[in-house]
Structures are given as structure tokens and as C-alpha cells.
Design a protein around this ligand. Structure first.
Ligand code: S3P
Length: 171
């Protein structure tokens, strides 16, 4: 059974597209952050605050492995850092995986991150005047891992519907 993995930087639209793609395809979807929160019985912010990022990355790795070992067909929205730690990028190449990097430009990402309600410990601690520089560097460092995906879909200037249709044509 296939797993469709959506990856990309924070606020690249992974969760939104996962939901729309699920509606359009009839394949159920899950969000890896929500799976981690459910298992830990606390929010991602609390995990970062109380346990630290390294513990979070270990939990993220375990959660991903568990989801991928399940037989169920699924659309999974990864966290922005998921492919970049603990060798997780190797899973993007699995035979039964359709991995899609949702690529968005820095101005779009910064703009969405500033408006978005979802707490993001790594972005939220940046002073406003350094946010753009932070995202630019962070995205640059992470791009190597994002490009391990089997498919790259550029999202800037496209409607969510267009992005969903593009992804549907990949599987
Ligand atoms: C993170 C992204 C977040 C969440 C955590 C760490 C990251 O998910 O997993 O705050 O390292 O980029 P989103 O990409 O859904 O914001």
C-alpha cells in the first residue's frame, strides 16, 4: 500500500494540502506532529520546552518509523525538520512511498510564518528583524534533504487546488 509523504519547510502548506489531497483522493491523511503530540500527551511546544529538540527528533523518528511500518494507505504531512534528522530522508526513497517536496520561496514562507497561529519553537524565538535571514539560512541548510524527495512541486503563485491536482497526477 502506498504512502504519500508531503515534506517541506515550516508553513509550506503540508497539512493543508494533505487534507485537500485526502478529500480529492479518498485516501486518509495524518499529520506527523499530531501523532507525536498524541503519543507524548503534550504539544510540540511543550516537548521542545521540557524535553529539548534532540528528544523531539528521536520521537519524530520513532513516530515516522511506526507509521511507515503500518500497511495502511495514507497521506502523511511530515514536520518541516523530519527529513533532515536521524537518517529519515532514506525513507523518502522507499518503493511504496510517493514523496513530494512542497517548495515555496522565502518571502512566502516568512509571510505565512508571521501570520500563522501554529506555535513553531524554532521560528518563534527569532527576533523579527532576523526572521528572514533565519529562514533563508535554515532553508538553504535543509534543501539537500528536501531534494531527496522523488517529486518536487513548486507552490508559489498556484492555488491549493492546482497543487493537489499536480500531486494526484504523480500516483
Ligand atoms: C519543525 C517544524 C514543525 C514541527 C516542529 C519542528 C521544524 O512542523 O515539527 O516545530 O524543525 O521545521 P511544521 O513544518 O508543520 O511547522
Amino acid at each position: 500500500m502506498k504512502k504519500i509523504l508531503l515534506l517541506g519547510y515550516m508553513a509550506s502548506g503540508k497539512s493543508t494540502i494533505a487534507q485537500l489531497l485526502s478529500k480529492a483522493s479518498g485516501i486518509p491523511y495524518k499529520d506527523l506532529d499530531e501523532i507525536i503530540e498524541e503519543k507524548a500527551q503534550k504539544s510540540i511546544s511543550k516537548i521542545f520546552e521540557e524535553d529539548g529538540e534532540i528528544k523531539f527528533r528521536k520521537m519524530e523518528h520513532e513516530a515516522l518509523k511506526a507509521v511507515l511500518s503500518d500497511e495502511q494507505e495514507l497521506i502523511l504531512a511530515l514536520g518541516g525538520g523530519t527529513p533532515c534528522y536521524a537518517g529519515n530522508h532514506e525513507f523518502l526513497k522507499n518503493d511504496d512511498v510517493v514523496s513530494v517536496y512542497l517548495k515555496a520561496g522565502i518571502p512566502v514562507l516568512v509571510n505565512r510564518l508571521r501570520k500563522d497561529d501554529k506555535p513553531r519553537p524554532l521560528f518563534d524565538k527569532q527576533p523579527e528583524e532576523e526572521q528572514e535571514e533565519f529562514v533563508a539560512k535554515h532553508l538553504f541548510d535543509r534543501s539537500y534533504f528536501y531534494y531527496q524527495a522523488k517529486h518536487v512541486v513548486s507552490t508559489d503563485g498556484k492555488s491549493a487546488e492546482d497543487v493537489v491536482n499536480e500531486i494526484m497526477s504523480l500516483f
